[in-house]
Design a protein around this ligand. Structure first.
Ligand code: BG6
Length: 308
């Protein structure tokens, strides 16, 4: 059988190679394993909680409606609009990764494709009492022989004039061999916001390398730039983005990993890098009746230097 559903997760196997599979936890609709010919492509912490007690540390957590922690400008906090006040009360990375999604079933035989849905009525009640907008998320996962496509559609079904604004991000944890032998290509010349330095600058480096914690938002990366994770000269992951202008690059390194109780082993930062396609440098505004759609495609392409 291509698709198997249990109480807490769904597993999809490729009909032509059952060792190519994707497994999704209903909590957060979090893809927590993606194997190509039995080789795991994603990083998952040994201490990740898969019981719905907290967002999954690893795989592909979904970030909506806010990336990070939304800060109100203290000077203008008392005149901030309702949208900003509500976003600022949500926990880091919003409510989608801490809600149990509905499994909607298989929508295509080959490539096997399945969908999950999340709506205001079924999302985490504690959080929808803060961010009380009407929303609908339809998440589509397509397992190809050599790639994984994840697509999101966000709708505002409200009848009244209740627009909302949101960020979207696929928080993809990629498995690698050794962070110090790894670089990321095709981001040269992009304007970046460094979350550690709290500064924006133009990244002039030909590739991104890792020798300490890195936490950067690459903004408005041209859609035709394929971001590649390269290990000792070989591309091991290629990330394509559709309607997702930004890419967060994150590795927690030693101190940050030590501070995360669900990050194990503590040396795990050597085996992972997050490349996170999203729309986070500003907000998308959705008026009643409108929709927004975006996707990421993970694959293993040939090495392609588009800019050095
Ligand atoms: C990244 C952010 O997307 O997520 C980092 O850029 C953050 O700043 C990281 O530390 C992990 O976030 P969390 O909430 O899953 O610990």
């Amino acid at each position: 059988m291509t698709v198997q559903e249990t109480e807490s997760f769904v597993i999809v196997k490729h009909p032509e190679n059952p060792e190519t599979s994707v497994t999704i936890l209903k909590y957060g609709a979090t893809v927590y394993s993606w194997k190509l010919a039995n080789k795991e492509q994603l990083w998952l912490s040994d201490a990740a909680k898969l019981d719905g007690s907290k967002p999954v540390r690893g795989g592909i957590p979904l970030v909506f409606p806010v990336f990070g922690k939304h800060q109100l400008d203290t000077a203008t906090a008392n005149i901030a609009n309702a949208n900003d006040v509500k976003l600022s009360k949500l926990p880091q990375h919003g409510l989608a990764r801490n809600s149990t999604w509905e499994f909607l079933g298989q929508t295509k035989e080959n490539p096997p494709t399945i969908q999950f849905g999340l709506y205001s009525e079924i999302a985490n009640k504690e959080l929808t009492s803060i961010w009380d907008y009407d929303f609908e998320l339809i998440y589509t996962i397509e397992l190809n022989k050599d790639s994984l496509k994840t697509e999101i559609e966000v709708s505002n079904p409200a009848k009244s004039d209740k627009s909302f604004k949101f960020n979207w991000l696929f928080h993809t944890y990629l498995r690698i061999e050794d962070i110090e032998d790894t670089f990321i290509s095709n981001l040269k010349g992009v304007n970046v916001y460094d979350q550690l330095l709290k500064q924006s600058y133009n990244d002039v480096q030909p590739v991104v390398t890792f020798h300490e914690e890195v936490d950067r938002v690459y903004k408005n990366v041209r859609e035709d730039r394929d971001i590649q994770v390269v290990d000792k000269g070989k591309p091991i992951h290629t990330i394509k983005r559709i309607n997702l202008p930004d890419a967060v690059v994150w590795n927690p390194w030693v101190n940050k990993s030590n501070g995360m109780s669900d990050f194990e082993p503590k040396t795990g930062f050597k085996k992972m890098v997050c490349v996170e396609p999203g729309h986070v440098h500003d907000f998308i505004v959705l008026s009643p009746g409108s929709k927004w759609k975006a996707s990421q495609i993970l694959s293993k392409d040939e090495l392609k230097y588009q800019v050095i």
